[in-house]
Design a protein around this ligand. Structure first.
Ligand SMILES: NC(=O)c1ccc[n+]([C@@H]2O[C@H](COP(=O)([O-])OP(=O)(O)OC[C@H]3O[C@@H](n4cnc5c(N)ncnc54)[C@H](OP(=O)(O)O)[C@@H]3O)[C@@H](O)[C@H]2O)c1
Length: 278
């Protein structure tokens, strides 16, 4: 039976770049909301020798995610799930951000867990913003609600985000909190899913040159400052993250689980050290 790799948000950015580094023997299933984007990605990947299937899905809808899992399982053994679908602060309101980034991650992990077995890996894409979450707002008892009290979870997470001043700050806080949840949830799942031999890990990119990353840099001074704090003084390239994510997902990385991998070009440590001019 063939191995299958599912990539949410596979139509663009880091999802698409990760697909390029997946072994060509593996069947790729790309998903996202916009079919034209998925078709374009399929063309690129098939020209490079990949086998690609497409299915439209909104990850915030559990039944959509279920359909993706059913399709993927019908094609072979689901070995890899790269969950890259997400919305940034300039793209949506706080509730949509919580729904897609946080509830979406819960939907993806829970649905695919049912169809995956020993040797499987789920890589949830979080964000370096997860580390900006104010300690006072990080309440794991709210995070615990995601699986069993979804409505309360959305209400509480959105309520926390809405305390953050103007509209941009509210969406920004929703993003930060949603990604803090992703890091926490991936760790929780890693410890639970290990009983089936499934590895779960999250990856937190810094600012990366994708449609989303470029849009944030255009519209936010905080994003521009983050670039200055990196070692190389630049954004990450989508290809660099694609390579890193595919490597993290590789089964030879079997001990990498239950933890977040921060790939931010040194932006977070840049606060501690003065830049030495060359
Ligand atoms: N770029 C950065 O600087 C940066 C930094 C840290 C973290 N991240 C995270 O990295 C991940 C990938 O983002 P990217 O930078 O590669 O940006 P991107 O190119 O905009 O990719 C995001 C993808 O998610 C899909 N998507 C959005 N909402 C969805 C939904 N409800 N259901 C299914 N798919 C959905 C989008 O396709 P449709 O619109 O067609 O659905 C798109 O293909 C995201 O989770 C993002 O939060 C990005």
């Amino acid at each position: 039976m063939a191995n299958v790799c599912v990539i949410t948000g596979g139509g663009s950015g880091m999802g698409l770049e990760t697909a390029r580094y997946i072994d060509k023997e593996v069947i790729l299933v790309l998903t996202g909301r916009t079919v034209s984007k998925l078709e374009h990605a399929k063309e690129i990947l098939e020209a490079e020798g990949h086998q690609v299937h497409l299915i439209a899905c909104d990850v915030s809808q559990r039944k959509d995610v279920h359909e993706v899992a059913v399709l993927a399982a019908s094609l072979g053994t689901i070995k890899t799930v790269i969950h890259a679908a997400g919305l940034s602060p300039t793209m949506a309101d706080p509730e949509q951000i919580i729904l897609v980034n946080a509830v979406g991650t819960k939907n993806v992990n829970m649905e695919f867990y049912k169809y995956m077995n020993d040797g499987g890996v789920i890589v949830d894409i979080a964000s370096s913003s997860a580390y900006e979450a104010p300690g006072i707002l990080v309440k794991h008892q709210i995070y615990e609600e995601a699986e069993y009290k979804e409505e309360a979870f959305i209400k509480h997470m959105t309520g926390e985000a809405k305390m953050a001043g103007n509209d941009y700050n509210k969406a920004g806080m929703a993003y930060v909190m949603s990604k803090n949840f992703v890091v926490w949830y991936a760790q929780k799942c890693a410890h639970e899913y290990a009983k089936k031999g499934i590895r779960v890990v999250s990856v937190s990119p810094g600012l990366i040159e994708t449609d989303m990353g470029n849009r944030e840099v255009e519209q936010s001074d905080f994003a521009k400052q983050m670039i200055e704090k990196t070692c190389a003084g630049r954004m990450g390239k989508a290809q660099e993250l694609g390579y890193a994510i595919a490597t993290i997902a590789d089964e030879r990385n079997g001990y990498l689980c239950g933890i977040d991998v921060l790939i931010d070009g040194g932006a977070s440590t840049g606060k501690k050290f003065k830049k030495v001019k060359g």
